[in-house]
Each structure stands twice: as C-alpha cells, then as structure tokens.
Design a protein around this ligand. Structure first.
Ligand code: NAD
Length: 266
C-alpha cells in the first residue's frame, strides 16, 4: 500500500510525521506523496482540509485518516499517544472505508462563458466585498428568493458542524446526501424578505446564486479564500465525488458531535 503523511508543520506534528513514516516504512509500506492510497494527516482539521484539497483530483483512490496534535478534531480523531496502535492497524488490518458527501461549486463569469469548478469538504461561503450581498437564489432552476445580507453559506453534512453550526444551521448526518444553505444576517423587513431558515437540499437539487449588484465577491472554499470579479453565478450541488475516510475503529458521528460540543457530562 502507498501512503503519505501530511503535517501541520509545527514541531510536534513534524516529529510525529517522521515517526509514522519510519514505522510504516519498517512494515514494508511504500511512501508515495504523489499517488497515495492512504494519507495520514497530523495536526488538526485544517491539516486534513489541506490534504483533501491537495489530493482532490484522486478522491476515488485516496482515503484519509487524521491525528490531532491540538484539541479534538472533527476529522482528526486519533491522539498522538495512539500512534503505535494506528500504525499497526494500518499495516495489519484491511481497513473499512466510510464515504461522506462533498459540495461541488461552479463559479461562472460574465466574460465568454468562463467557469471554475471547486470541491469543498466543509463549505462554500459567499460574501460581497463592498457592503450588502444582494443575490437571487435559485433552486432547481426556479427563483426562490432575493437575498440581502452579509452572505450565504452552503455546507456539506460533515461540514454542518463547522461554520454552518455557528450560523444556526442544523447538524446533518453524513449518510444523508445533501447540502445546507444557511443565511448570514439577512435583511428582513416589510420590503425585503428571505425564508430566514436554513434549507437542506437533497442530491441533484442544484442551488444557483446570481449576484444582483456588480461587485467583487469573496468566496471561501473551506480554508481557502478567493476573490472573484465579474461573477455571473455560483452553482452549488452535492458533488458526484465523495471524500473517503479510513476507519480502524468505530467512532459514530453522533459520538463525535457529543465529544466535540457537549463533553462527557456528569
Ligand atoms: P481555523 O484554524 O480558523 O479553525 C476553525 C475551527 O473549525 C477549528 O477549531 C477546527 O477544528 C474546526 N473545524 C473545521 N472543520 C470542522 C468540522 N467539519 N466540524 C467541526 N469543527 C470543524 O481554520 P481551519 O482549521 O483551516 O478550518 C477551516 C474551517 O473553519 C472552515 O471550513 C470553516 O468551517 C471554519 N470557520 C468557522 C467559522 C465560524 O464558526 N464562525 C468562521 C470561519 C471559518
């Protein structure tokens, strides 16, 4: 099996990375940073997001597993003291793969039909660079509302516990192939109206955001921030691709949510 280890870059993560690499090479596994079957990330959720984007052109071939060197991560759930256990599990057991849906974002521009495609593991957010975002929101080709406010967030089920949660969005189990549209501070009064609730759109229900005002947009794709000019539309839907995680022990999603947000309790 071909593997790669991706580190956050701080000294504790780099030390662990070297340790994992040495152990796995000792077990006769092949280090291949270009075409790995398994990517082990060492750091936090941000490190796993970074690795996802690095290998996003080979999601069918690459699986991810995360070790966290800071606080418990949502994606990075192994702790440094478990490294030997993890390495043994990688080397000795055929691992189980779980697949989570991701978000496809296509940004189209006014000039000559140019478009850019992105994949997000957590979310895409859209904000105006100058004042209020004014944009038509279309769902399945029909105008749903004209949004006025700070911005919009379209998240994946596994990303529903990230930015989306801070916006009052629901937490969605990643076995549900869906995306969620959440508002950021919409303007609602007698003149302007939006639905005011997060919407959960199933597979194939495409959502298109069409800017009404001719301004520059800040579009984030997970941790990446991009500035877009002359945008015609931003199309979001559940992607055909999935992100694949290697599971070496059960860690149910709701347990992960409980550990991250509620703690152990009494
Ligand atoms: P970061 O260093 O700012 O960390 C953001 C935090 O979000 C970290 O604590 C990380 O563990 C956590 N996180 C990331 N993905 C998560 C997930 N799926 N579920 C629960 N928690 C998650 O940035 P980063 O580590 O590069 O992560 C980028 C992410 O930060 C973005 O995708 C976005 O979801 C999140 N973010 C959140 C807010 C907010 O909650 N108001 C604002 C901006 C960005």
């Amino acid at each position: 099996m071909k593997f790669a280890v991706s580190s956050k870059g701080n000294s504790i993560s780099d030390t662990l990375k070297n340790k994992i690499q040495t152990y796995l090479l000792d077990f006769g596994m092949e280090l291949n940073e270009e075409e790995p079957d398994l990517v082990i990330t060492v750091g936090g959720d941000g490190t796993l997001l970074y690795a996802f984007h690095r290998y996003s052109d080979r999601l069918n071939e690459t699986a991810f597993v995360g070790v966290h060197t800071g606080h418990l991560g949502f994606y990075a759930d192994w702790v440094p003291s478990e490294i030997e256990k993890l390495v043994l599990a990688i080397a000795k057991t055929p691992y189980h793969i779980v697949e989570y849906p991701i978000l496809e974002v296509i940004v189209r521009y006014n000039d000559g039909g140019r478009e850019e495609k992105y994949l997000a593991m957590n979310e895409c957010t859209i904000k105006s660079m100058e004042g209020t975002l004014v944009a038509d929101v279309e769902i399945r080709g029909q105008l749903f509302e004209t949004f006025r406010g700070d911005g919009l967030c379209l998240s994946t089920p596994s990303g529903s516990t990230a930015y989306n949660k801070a916006l009052g969005g629901a937490i969605i189990h990643p076995s549900i192939r869906a995306i969620q549209l959440a508002e950021m501070a919409s303007i609602n009064n007698r003149v302007f109206r939006t639905v005011g609730s997060p919407l959960i759109l199933p597979d194939h229900h495409t959502c298109v955001i069409k800017p009404r005002n001719d301004v520059d947009f800040q579009v984030t794709i997970d941790h990446l921030t991009l500035l877009h000019k002359d945008v015609k539309s931003i199309q979001c839907r559940v992607a055909d691709e999935n992100v694949r995680f290697a599971r070496f022990r059960p860690f149910p999603f709701w347990k992960r949510v409980q550990d991250s947000f509620i703690g152990k309790g009494e």
